[in-house]
Write a new protein. Structure first.
Length: 302
């Protein structure tokens, strides 16, 4: 526990804890909507915000929040239109965000692409007290939305037409989810980096789905996995001196592989049990007896 004697590690572990909680809480809705790649796209757009922060000499994190939120709203509006060229528009938005970030940061006084390295790949050990404050505020908003509106968001992600019939404001809920995903990307930006943030949104949820079926259990297990891998990856990077973002993502993938290996035998066992139960129910039905059985029963009665 000697690492807790360092103030920068205290801030790093707190940031890792917040990231481990918020990323799977939003990622479960993205996975349910089959938009797992959305986090990667928001990360590309957020890079432009980081570069604008350097250019305007303001906080790169807050600028990333603003630009990522606007980009997420644009992505949702393109998706909701349902046009055949929507995927091309999204691709141009993704790559335009990355190219814009590289261009703008080089226009900043004394700026270069080296300034973006910690945001691209994560540098959780360099998290400042201001970064922790921003992360706490954003994480509180993300958790309030994902838990407070979980029933509405689940209905919208499951079936938008049914949600409209139920009277839910589908358009506004979709936009709120997009903005929440953008905030989550900026929360995880300092921990795992913009290029790897999508993995932390998706992999813990995919690992939890190997062992659970219900939405609530999947969410709880995904958050638990997220917390474990972010804290473990941060501690591992401290002692081994490796990038924390890569450590966190590889640990998450290892957990997914382990749970997938454990889930396969259990799934086969459940399938055999279900087949046996179905066969037993079929045998217990009145019409399942053969004609010979009915004849023998009638003969016994005579």
């Amino acid at each position: 526990m000697d690492l807790l004697n360092y103030a920068f590690m205290q801030r790093a572990l707190l940031a890792a804890l917040l990231v481990g909680v918020t990323a799977p809480a939003v990622g479960i809705y993205l996975v349910q909507r089959r938009q797992a790649i959305m986090g990667d796209g928001i990360g590309h757009v957020a890079l432009t915000g980081v570069a604008l922060g350097f250019l305007l000499r303001t906080s790169p994190v807050w600028m990333a929040v603003l630009v990522a939120a606007l980009g997420a709203i644009a992505m949702e509006l393109v998706r909701s239109k349902g046009r055949t060229r929507g995927d091309i528009a999204l691709a141009m938005l993704f790559y335009g965000g990355m190219a814009g970030g590289v261009l703008i940061v080089n226009l900043a006084p004394g700026g270069s692409t080296a300034n973006l390295t910690s945001y691209l790949f994560g540098s959780i050990t360099s998290v400042s007290a201001e970064d922790v404050t921003v992360t706490c505020l954003l994480a509180a908003f993300v958790m309030a939305v994902t838990l407070g509106l979980r029933r509405q968001l689940f209905a919208v992600c499951q079936d938008e037409e049914f949600a409209r019939v139920m009277g839910l404001p589908v358009r506004w809920l979709n936009l709120l989810l997009a903005v929440t995903a953008a905030l989550t990307v900026t929360v995880a930006m300092r921990a795992v980096g913009l290029l790897l943030v999508s993995a932390l949104l998706v992999v813990p949820v995919a690992a939890a789905q190997q062992a659970t079926r219900g939405f609530a259990m999947t969410l709880a297990l995904a958050v638990a996995i997220g917390v474990v891998v972010t804290l473990s990856g941060t501690v591992f990077s401290f002692y081994v001196d490796v990038p924390p973002g890569a450590s966190i993502v590889l640990l998450a993938i290892a957990v997914f592989a382990l749970m997938a290996a454990m889930a396969a035998p259990l799934a086969r066992k459940r399938a055999r049990a279900a087949a046996a139960a179905a066969e037993q129910c079929t045998l217990d039905l009145p019409g399942s007896r053969s004609p010979g059985d009915d004849v023998s029963v009638q003969g016994a009665k005579r």
